[in-house]
Design a protein around this ligand. Sequence first.
Ligand code: NDP
Length: 289
Amino acid sequence: MGAKIISGKELSAKLREEIARETASLPVKPGLAVILAGDNPASLSYVKAKEKACQEAGMYSREIRLPGDVSKAELLGTIRELNADAAIHGILVQLPLPKHIPEKEVIEAISPEKDVDGFTAINTGRMLIGEKCFLPCTPHGILKLIEFAGMDLAGKHAVVVGRSNIVGKPVAALLSRKEVNATVTLCHTGTRDLGFYTRQADVVVAATGRAGTLTGDMLKPGAVVIDVGVNRIPDSTRPSGYRLTGDADFESCAPVASAITPVPGGVGPMTITMLLWNTLESAKLHAAR
Ligand code: NDP
């Protein structure tokens, strides 16, 4: 028996339709500004995808391209202007930034009311104590995918592999909220015998950035696998020269799991969808003020 595929593509399409409908009914047009410093090709393609998704949802999108040697002062000045710009409800700084720019200082310059990535310390703190805030997009998308898969996590054991500030830690925090009520174990490179923990899990969220971190023998039969990883594996049969794969070894996990997210087409599309969601929320709050 093979695992059911949890399609982030399908759920995204559904949610994006709802977002577009609500956007069309608002008195203000939600506006998202995306700042890109430098010309990292992966970052550029993410920015383009975000811009396209925004336009398809009927939102206003503004791309701000800055040179790779932009000064910190100029970047902070751009953010200050956007913070004060009434047409902009969400500000996103595409990471990673050029090495000479301190990422933390730049993120903290974004007004928490326009921080649609949910990365500022204020929004992270609000999330942790359960106050209303912009939830970080990838973790929020993961919650939506679990809900879409029809899984009730109350009393279940969730094992999160990876403790980054943008994925692992917030996923663990959200899954342990009372309204989700999972028992959460957070694993990382300091974990001895990862399989010991994942074999006890009803759901495993793999967010390590290492292909093959999770294999079928590390799963309890019937577990749900949410694969966040995006890894480029050299593949000479592809025109691009590589293929994308997740952190879970799909071949060995799918026969053991009851449901699994594919890569690509699982968590990835949800991240941009939840960015649109937050931008819409921000515009709604703005309209209500
Ligand atoms: P980071 O590199 O910031 O964090 C990786 C985490 O995984 C670290 O906490 C690290 O532990 C842990 N880790 C690494 N290897 C192992 C291992 N073998 N066993 C246990 N833990 C391990 O990555 P991100 O969280 O930013 O991203 C994770 C993956 O998700 C990447 O592939 C990224 O591309 C992808 N991603 C996908 C998104 C999407 O929209 N689909 C969005 C964001 C990320 P330690 O702390 O000890 O070093």
